[in-house]
Structure formats: C-alpha cells, structure tokens
Design a protein around this ligand. Structure first.
Ligand code: DC
Length: 230
C-alpha cells in the first residue's frame, strides 16, 4: 500500500442524529465522490439477525449469520442478498438492537474489513463511529460532528414522522442517551473523536453551512495531502 491509497477519503464520525448521513451524502455529491454509510451495514446485520430469530434464541449464531450475508451498495441504497433493505433497516426495532450487534467482535471485524476495502479504492466519503480512528486512520480529512441531545432527538423524531412512525421526543432522548452510552463505552472501536479530527457542532448550523465548511476543508486538505505524498 503506498501513500496515495487513501488520498481522497473523507471520514465523518459522530453520534446518532448529529447530521452525519445528510451531510456526508451532500458532501459526496458536491465533491463527485462515492458515499458509504457504515451505520447501514451494522443495521443490515441487525436486521438479518432479527429476521432469523437470533434474538428469540433461534438456531442461528453470529458466525453463521455473517456467512449468510452478502452486502451490496448502489449510491445510498444498501442490498442484503440482492434485496434493497434501505428502508427496512431504519425502524425503531433495529434502533434498539443495533448497538448490541455493533459491540460484537466478529461483526466489527467482518464489516471493518469490507469498509477498508472500499476506502482503499479511494474517492469516498465514509460516515460512521470509528472511521477516523479505526477504519481509515490515514484519511486526509477527518470530521467529528456533534449536536445537543435535544436537537438530535428532534431530528430523529422528524425523520421517523416523515415515514409515518410516531415516537415521543422524551423517549427518543432516553434512547439516544442509551445508544451513546453503549457506543462510546464499548471496548472495541468506541465512538471517540480522533485526535486529528475537526469537530463541528451542528446544533445551530444549517445543513448547507456544515456541508460548505467540509467541502472547503476537503479541497484544501486534498491539495496539501497530494503534495505531501506526491
Ligand atoms: O449511524 P447509525 O445510527 O445508522 O448507526 C447505527 C449503529 O451502528 C450505531 O448505534 C452504532 C453502530 N455503528 C458502529 O458501531 N460503527 C460504525 N462505523 C457505524 C455505526
């Protein structure tokens, strides 16, 4: 692997509701880069485990489940064994189980390997929790997005409402807090800001403001990084 391998990778990490997905997708579009939502990958594994009865003590274990999973991507759509499951993986049921699944060593190893292979092909915006710290620590630009719990819960409730799912805001705050706690305290690849990441608090910023800021930083970094490794 040479210094150019990760020449054009933007790593965007942050907690649920910090605006990662919307922002990452728009940055990718503006920069003419590919987009990878790694949270969706953890969600697909969770969805598969739910469907196969894993949580009801069904016959399947995590190892066999991973063997049965083939993931494909097309823009912002994700396919499980050939079927588009992009909508089905974003239900409250998956929300409540995904942090447990994301703690499993075998799941992380399986998905991290896949994510790194995608990163190695370059020209990609990758969003998640451990992209700047574990998946692509070499990324020339790392962003850590944050927002207040209140704002993050408000965004998530609005997102679900647009799909016809009603959730109480206080309940959502509690769930987000719980998920933050599990994601940040797990021993494997916890959600932490990489030392060299640039933190952006999105609580009071518009999506366009955040996107513009990242695009400006990316153009600058890619130019500098190109000089460093070139
Ligand atoms: O971004 P999201 O809410 O769709 O992510 C779903 C879950 O997956 C989240 O609770 C933590 C986990 N996750 C992770 O552990 N590592 C990643 N790189 C991305 C997501």
């Amino acid at each position: 692997m040479n210094g150019n391998t990760f020449l054009k990778v933007i790593a965007i990490d942050g907690p649920a509701g910090s605006g990662k997905s919307t922002v990452a997708k728009m940055v990718a579009e503006k920069m003419n880069m590919r987009y990878l939502d790694t949270g969706a990958m953890y969600r697909v594994v969770t969805f598969y485990l739910i469907k196969t009865g894993f949580f009801e003590g069904g016959a399947i274990d995590i190892h066999s489940a991973l063997i049965g999973i083939k993931l494909d991507f097309e823009n912002d759509r994700i396919f499980l064994n050939g079927k588009d499951v992009s909508e089905e993986i974003r239900t409250p049921m998956v929300d409540t189980k995904v942090s447990y699944v994301a703690k499993q060593e075998e799941v992380r190893a399986f998905l991290t390997r896949m994510q790194r292979e995608i990163a190695e092909r370059g020209n990609v915006v990758i969003e998640g929790r451990d992209i700047g710290t574990v998946v692509v620590p070499e990324a020339p630009l790392k962003i850590f997005l944050t927002a207040s719990i209140k704002e993050r819960a408000r965004r998530r409730v609005a997102q679900l409402r647009s799909k016809g799912i009603e959730v109480d805001i206080e309940k959502m705050k509690r769930e987000i807090r719980k998920r933050d706690e599990i994601d940040s305290s797990r021993s494997l690849a916890p959600l932490v800001k990489s030392k060299d990441a640039i933190e952006i608090d999105t609580t009071t910023l518009s999506i366009e403001e955040v996107v513009d800021k990242i695009v400006r930083l990316a153009k600058k970094r890619f130019k500098e990084h190109g000089r460093d490794v070139g």
